[in-house]
Design a protein around this ligand. Structure first.
Ligand code: CTP
Length: 398
């Protein structure tokens, strides 16, 4: 199952996009509709909202649209950008890189494949300007579902009618078939903080947002892997195509990781797992008093070290850990690489203003037995791609 961004632009065929959305859902895909101003003249957004069960995106500058994580992360989350019907106008904008609304900006921002189903008057379709734009997009890798022949809404008979919804769905589904460098692999990723309960209302947590681990899980799924993401408390939505298992404390995370470890080809521990938990969880709520309150803490299981121990004598699964350090992260990462018996430590210096918790960017150094590689500051999605490139190389050597 993938998330499909369905761009609907202003043509009489816009009503058929409702059927396309339904068809995609029947094939198991999730759909988010993006309507241009022109499309809204033909069909109401409520129709798409009711079908897709998601808020329809109609305006880049609508209040809320820029704070809504689902909208912001759309470019990286979608498996396909489908535009149906695609007018001459949107085809022209895509061809020339004009980004004056959400849909045209999304086209530039996403790395997902793009499929367009043009629909327009015959003369428009045959116009030299449109033909050239179609050729530009084809050369850039955009795929098309050709318009059909027949009676056009403008009264003409000719080519230009939006392709049949079933054909558009079929073409989209075909493009979404899994492929990629991690096809056939199982990647287990952990992300987020853990919460260790003190009593019924309080817990010990940390500042991890889960963004790095979620980005790795999303990228691994895009590369065709089966991905199980074991996540501590995080407000992030499940990346498309990823099996998300939500946990709370380190013990819980340990159990879920161990349950899936045997099937994994690669385990990436991006979670910031608590090293200590309260020795006992108080029943109810601890009432305050004037006396000092002492909290006894005990160690949690070290999940990564347990995985390293369990793997002794074998090279699979590949084990990758993270190390959040303050100051020089590499020396400590090297020690952890050896002690935890893992293949790579992704070290980040969380005291840097451009790296670490709750940011969209990160600066990390990849430490392996063979050396170290400092990556430049980049978006966590880009860092995730490099981490997977390097781990794929290690996987090939196993
Ligand atoms: N980890 C784990 N289980 C724990 C603690 C950590 O699996 N109970 C994993 C983390 O997911 C991460 C790596 O081990 O991949 C971090 O190692 P850790 O030794 O805990 O380092 P930090 O917490 O970064 O630093 P410190 O050494 O100060 O604890």
């Amino acid at each position: 199952m993938a998330l499909v961004a369905l761009g609907v632009t202003g043509g009489i065929g816009a009503y058929k996009a409702v059927e396309i959305a339904r068809g995609l859902q029947k094939r198991g895909h999730d759909v988010v509709a993006i309507m241009s101003h022109g499309a809204l003249k033909f069909v109401g957004e409520v129709t798409f909202e009711a079908i897709t069960k998601r808020r329809v995106i109609t305006d880049q500058y609508a209040p809320g649209a820029n704070a809504d994580i689902e909208h912001i992360s759309l470019a990286t989350d979608i498996g396909l950008l489908l535009v149906a019907p695609a007018t001459a106008n949107v085809i022209g904008k895509f061809a020339h890189g004009i980004a004056d609304d959400f849909l045209t900006s999304l086209y530039l921002a996403t790395r997902a494949p793009v499929l367009m189903a043009p629909a327009m008057n015959t003369n428009m379709l045959e116009h030299d300007a449109v033909s050239r734009n179609l050729a530009t997009l084809t050369a850039r890798g955009v795929r098309f579902v050709d318009p059909g022949q027949g009676y056009l809404a403008c009264g003409w008979v000719g080519k230009g009618r939006l392709a049949e919804p079933d054909d558009v769905v079929e073409a989209a589904h075909h493009m979404l078939q899994p492929s990629g460098s991690l096809l056939g692999r199982m990647v287990l990723v952990t992300a987020g903080p853990t919460y260790e309960d003190i009593d019924a209302v309080r817990y010990i947590g940390n500042r991890s947002s889960g963004k790095m681990g979620y980005a790795i899980a999303a990228e691994a799924a895009r590369r065709g892997a089966r991905v199980v993401l074991v996540s501590g408390p995080s407000s992030l939505p499940a990346p498309p195509g990823v099996e998300l298992i939500r946990v709370r404390g380190a013990h819980n995370m340990h159990a879920e990781v161990m349950r899936h470890a045997a099937e994994a080809h690669m385990i990436i521990m991006a979670a910031a797992v608590a090293d200590y938990r309260p020795a006992a969880r108080a029943s109810g709520k601890i009432e305050k008093s004037d006396a000092p309150l002492e909290l006894a803490l005990v160690r949690t299981p070290d999940i990564l070290a347990d995985l390293g121990r369990a793997r002794t004598g074998r090279s699979s699964p590949l084990l990758i850990g993270f190390a959040a350090e303050v100051g020089d992260p590499v020396a400590r990462a090297r020690v952890k690489l050896r002690l935890k018996q893992v293949d790579m430590i992704v070290a980040n210096d969380v005291s840097r203003p451009d790296a670490g918790f709750d940011l969209d960017i990160n600066a990390v150094t990849l430490v392996t037995r063979d050396g170290e590689e400092a990556l430049p500051v980049a978006a966590k999605t880009a860092v995730a791609a490099v981490i997977l490139d390097r781990t794929e190389r290690l996987l090939a050597a196993v």
